[in-house]
Unconditional design. Sequence first.
Length: 124
Amino acid sequence: MIKALLAGLLLPALVLGQHKKPVQVQFGVASYYADKFEGRKTYTDEIFCQDSLTAASNTLPMHTWVKVTNLRNHQAVIVQINDKMHPRNRRLIDLSRAAAEKLGFGGRGLTRVRVDVLGKAKPA
């Protein structure tokens, strides 16, 4: 009886402790970097370039590959997270200009997106 009670108390704690991975699918607003960040260091000490397919996020781990889909036109692009945004920024992701153009929102500035986490390994 005591073993069953302890198992009932500990099992949920063990299961809850396993959810430290980022959510695999997220929905939110995407923006793209201002030109003033060109040539500056990112959080991962890389030099930012508007022509690369990279992004910043406050909710996803560094060096994670993600597929970003524009919910307006269903265009998608794969980018690597290599930077963080300002802590008060509530947007989901901030993309390079090249990524924003592939998603078809370069002129708009903002769009609603779906972000699918692909993992740390570079997608084939």
